[in-house]
Ligand binder design. Sequence first.
Ligand code: ADP
Length: 659
Amino acid sequence: MKQAMGTVKHRKQIILFMAAVLIPSLTLILFTRQIVRQEKELSAKRTADDRERRAREIGQVLLLRLERMQLEEGQKEETLLTRPDEYRPGRPEIVMLGLVEEGRLSLPWERPPAATAPQGGAMRNARIAESIRAGERAEFQRKDPGLAAEMFRQALALGGNEREYVRLLLARVLVKSGKTSEAFKHYEALLALSPLQKDEDGIPLFLYSADRLSGLPGYFDEVVARLSTDLKEKRWMSPQESFLIDSILSRVTTQTAATDEVKRTAAGLRDILRPFSAKAERLVALQKGFSGYAFRLDSAGSASPAEPVWEVEPKGEWLLGLGNLRPGRQSFLVVDIGELNAALRRDQDFRQAYPEEIRLTAADRQPGESLGPKLRGLNLAFSSPPASTADEGFSSPRPFYTLTMVAVVMFASLGGTLLWRDVQRELGLAEIRAQFASSVSHELKTPLTAIRMFAETIRMGRIREEETKTEYLDTIINESERLSRLLNNVLDVSKIEQGKKIYRRHPQALAPIVQTAVRTMEYPLRQKGFVLRVEIEEGLPDVDVDADALEQALLNLIGNAIKYSGEAREITLKLSRRDAWAVIGVVDRGVGVPLRDRQRIFEKFYRVPSRENEQIPGTGLGLSLVAHFVQAHGGRVEVEATPGGGSTFSLYLPLEEGA
Ligand code: ADP
């Protein structure tokens, strides 16, 4: 029965704990996790949207910028048409401007279309041309360098545009005919020519002379110095041209007759030359694959799309775009993406509008946001989160939610614990009350049965001896006294609970009260064979007490001593003085009180949970009333173990000051 009640209580507690703490907390945790996840998703989406928007905006800005570059650079059309070598890009990010005519791209070092006819001047002057042809015949067919020299001299004397070219031919045949000193005089003069004077292959004439002289010990310094001035001009040069320069320089570095200084200079110039030639080669490759670029195929058939479209070249470093100059002629701009990034970073307005770290990259090199269909293959890469989302405070919802969650779980746990304790106490009390009801009815029943039985026996008149009759009547009186003690206890507890218990105190001697209590208990003591010793100290001063209440307390203590004496039959009652206290001790030799229960036995309804105690009737109220009594009188009650078994309950009541 008890066990069944225990499991019911246990189950109730578990249900309570789950309802009050576990379920709300779990729900909250799940809910918060859900919110955090949604918030994160939302924030990621917001970031993505924001980036997309920014990329579109930046794409527009960039298109305008490129268009402006295209326009500004396009103004150099005239230069490109007439003196392409003199073209210089207007900004560091521009690699090159080329002209596109009838779908063909021409590069700046190439001869302008109008001047492509080889030896155009010579054509105009038939006599010069004739002399050159005669010279070449003499040189190569007849193998007569002397005659050839004669022919070339004639051509030279005629003047014209081709003079320097003829001079080169003359110097060549002079070498062949052994007139080296005269030949080198011509070569020396040719070395000083402008690089813009080129042959039909687009190679400057001075390079042929440099090539010749570079093998001759007396000329190393001069040749290297000439090439150095040339390279410093940073003029456009074709890959063939740079290849020729490189081979001249490398020849000088291998000459044993050359000084170390010249060799070092030559090697340094080769280093300077390398990026030039690499760039030239890339531009030539671009020219070759020009028709393959998507922007050219964009508007069916027409070489230029209606709107300018830009495209990243396969190496991912250059951005290419066409601009319309006039019908049939377009400009072709090559922009370096790395330099463009640097230019954007330098731009104050742009930096202010887009303060976050952004970079233009080729789409196939680095992931990022597309900049729109007009900037093909170009991406915008963000290396920091967009400023706007960070400003709005959405970037880190986690700590906030975690804190809230922890706080709520803490409060729920606290509330749950309090509730748990309350309910635990309630459940305990309910159990105690149930026990109390059964023990009170049991305690009432025993004396009532005895009273009734003895009274009926007397009434039937069967008892003849006066002595037996007196004994029966004594029992009836004793049992009624026990009943009234019990009822007094119950009534007092209820008064105390309602705060209505009043003690009527006045100073009086304690000995008479002790004596009255002893007298009241005389009969049950005697009946159960107890020996009661009473030790009262002489000359004790009066104490301010409620006599009835004290008597009731003593009756409870003596009653307990009888109940919990076990086999022992000895009780001592002592009244004495200890310092400023009057002490009444009730000593028995019974079962004693375990140490852990010594505090709790003074609680209402508490009974020591032992098997022997279960057999002894009781309500658990007596000692709680004793404790209340002494506290109300400014005293205390103590319980000690008596050596050899049993217990001593001592009431300490304060004496009057100075008494
Ligand atoms: P009741 O005696 O009706 O159970 P009390 O409040 O008088 O209630 O006592 C509380 C408990 O203290 C008792 O149940 C008993 O276990 C223990 N107790 C009281 N007096 C003694 C005593 N003299 N010796 C041993 N145990 C005692």
